[in-house]
Design a protein around this ligand. Structure first.
Ligand code: NAD
Length: 320
């Protein structure tokens, strides 16, 4: 079987092994593939593995009759025209979960940054600020204790629940809102019936919803105005859940106190993206998923998905 990995670099920049895939066939691995060269590179392949390169109806048609399988090396599979794949009887799989704990950890990396600014204080210490300080210590931001603060979680699925457990361990009060879950699967977390309570009561809001027509832009000027002025917003879900111009304005005018964002509506963002320069706003380049442990689980799942397909008992199928 000819297998083509179209954009393998972010999954395995060199610290993991593609060995499992090599055991399944003849494999071509590309670090990145411009959309215009997908057809040329994947010509003759029975299986392609893809992360972010769009696989359109036209591409699928040009890869017939050889193409039988598309393995998405991610949870979200909106890059593949699923309808076209289904019509052509091409099986598409995804990896439903691999990074839950890594993403939950990143929420706290951002939250601890906002509450204690460890890297900033270490860096200014390195530059001599402490040595030159007239006092025996200094700090440039309010230092905030988490115990007793309220964490409001929006979307209480896999990652939201993992965040809830960590928040409880930090001694926080935890409330959660989910459009489909009304009883808390995590003891100690109170489910609330509306976003209103999350917005008004939370000291920290952490977003864990998928991007859908309902969630797109759900954090906007109107909702930001309902939050406490001292509140922090953490977004590790999808960038477009937040209206970026509205959030930038809220941060710059003190409507809320700070934000930690791992995702933006356009990735990579244009240099003039308003949140990159917003006040007390910390943006990381979509890396919550990318711990070595999580990528190893992801790569293993990509291999096992393809193996199951070859053995005639496919798993994690999203094209039916
Ligand atoms: P999940 O499907 O387990 O949970 C999502 C939850 O959101 C579900 O419980 C669902 O009922 C709820 N929900 C859906 N629509 C809602 C709405 N309108 N209002 C309130 N709740 C709603 O998903 P997950 O695995 O926990 O992932 C959560 C998010 O994290 C997704 O957006 C995913 O794309 C993102 N993610 C980001 C990274 C990263 O690296 N930053 C990595 C993995 C996942």
């Amino acid at each position: 079987m000819k297998i083509v990995v179209l954009d393998g670099h972010t999954l395995n920049p060199g610290d993991l092994s593609w060995e499992g895939l090599h055991e399944l066939g003849e494999v071509d691995i590309y670090e990145r593939t411009p959309p215009a060269t997908v057809v040329e590179r994947a010509q003759g392949a029975q299986a392609i593995v893809v992360n972010k390169v769009p696989i359109t109806r036209e591409t699928i048609d040009q890869l017939l009759p050889d193409l039988r399988y598309i393995g998405v090396s991610a949870t979200g599979y909106d890059i593949v025209d699923i309808v076209a794949a289904r019509e052509r009887d091409i099986l598409v799989t995804n990896v439903p979960t691999y990074g839950t704990d890594s993403v939950a950890q990143m929420v706290f990396a951002h939250l601890l940054n906002l509450t204690q600014h460890v890297a900033y204080h270490a860096e200014t210490t390195r530059q001599g600020r402490w040595s030159e300080s007239p006092d025996w210590c200094y700090w440039d931001y309010p230092l905030i204790e988490l115990v007793g603060l309220t964490m409001g979680i929006v979307g209480f699925g896999r990652i939201g629940q993992a965040v809830g457990r960590l928040a409880l361990a930090f001694g926080m009060q935890v409330i959660a809102y989910d459009a489909y879950i009304t009883e808390s699967p995590v003891p100690g977390v109170e489910m609330v019936a509306s976003m209103e309570r999350i917005l008004r009561e939370s000291d920290v809001i952490s977003l864990h919803v998928p991007l859908t027509p309902e969630t797109k832009g759900m954090i906007n000027t109107e909702n930001l105005a309902k939050m406490k002025r001292s509140a922090f917003l953490i977004n590790t879900s999808r960038g477009a859940v937040v209206n970026e111009a509205d959030l930038a304005q809220a941060l710059n005018t003190g409507v809320i106190a700070g934000a930690g964002l791992d995702v933006l509506p356009v990735e990579p963002p244009p240099r003039d993206s308003p949140l990159l320069q917003a006040k007390n706003c910390y943006v990381t380049p979509h890396i919550s998923w990318a711990t070595r442990s999580a990528r190893m689980r992801l790569l293993n799942a990509v291999v096992e998905n393809l193996r199951a397909f070859i053995e005639g008992e496919p798993v994690n199928v999203v094209s039916r």
